[in-house]
Design a protein around this ligand. Structure first.
Ligand SMILES: Nc1ncnc2c1ncn2[C@@H]1O[C@H](COP(=O)(O)OP(=O)(O)OP(=O)(O)O)[C@@H](O)[C@H]1O
Ligand SMILES: [Mg+2]
Length: 205
């Protein structure tokens, strides 16, 4: 989801997650309308604009937090946490507190924490906005690889066009609360071909 500051990207993500109420229309997961389903029952993983990991918990504790809430067994939880920390290459840092991690490392913890609960949908709100240019580019491929590997439907918000092109299969362009363009990306080994389509989805906020 691509669009300028203030156009409503975060608001829409919060509606999908269940943190904002929906005044009109509906949101469906598969064929189920989810408007009335409370946030905690939607099984959504969210990575925020700032990483929002708990400062007083270690890397491992941050990641296992959502599993504890969901009453996942200790054995299963240990297994999942180890697996995801290895995937985001943070296993060696599992006992560190967040203030002893770099921005990119904190970002990966936030990502691991969102994914470990095996969400139905992963929402990412400008997750790379606090990183330097080099790390941003590196993290783009980390995120894309993880997303492809795990295969979760992901809505990724950015106002950086280049980042949108690099990371997505489809781009919805938002302006003043409306999607006015949905762009399907077809990536070939050599180069990039872009099809611009008529709007398939219009959301009014
Ligand atoms: N709680 C709120 N109450 C009233 N207006 C709000 C609230 N939160 C956001 N807004 C307004 O709604 C509009 C959309 O905000 P939103 O946070 O969705 O923008 P955004 O596209 O995520 O922008 P950015 O790229 O800067 O994060 C803005 O004009 C904002 O000022
Ligand atoms: Mg925002």
């Amino acid at each position: 989801m691509l669009g300028p500051s203030g156009c409503g990207k975060t608001t829409l993500l919060r509606m999908i997650a269940g943190f904002n109420t929906i005044d009109g229309g509906y949101i469906k997961f598969d064929n189920e309308i989810i408007n009335e389903i409370p946030a905690y029952k939607r099984n959504i993983g969210m990575v925020f604009q700032n990483y929002a990991i708990f400062p007083h918990l270690t890397v491992k504790e941050n990641v296992e937090y959502g599993l504890k809430l969901r009453k996942i067994s200790k054995t299963e939880s240990e297994k999942r946490v180890e697996e995801i920390l290895k995937t985001v290459k943070m296993y060696d840092y599992k006992d560190r507190l967040p203030d002893k991690l770099s921005g990119g490392q904190q970002q990966r913890v936030a990502l691991a924490r969102a994914i470990v609960i095996r969400p139905n949908v992963l929402l990412m709100d400008e997750p790379l906005s606090n990183l330097d240019a080099k790390l941003r580019i590196e993290m783009r491929s980390v995120i894309r690889d993880i997303q492809k590997h795990i295969g979760i439907t992901t809505v990724y918000v950015t106002h950086d066009q280049e980042e949108a092109l690099a990371i997505s299969d489809r781009i919805a362009v938002m302006k003043e609360g409306l999607f006015n363009r949905l762009v399907h990306l077809v990536k070939y080994i050599k180069g990039l071909q872009i099809h611009s389509l008529q709007p398939l989805l219009v959301v009014q906020i």
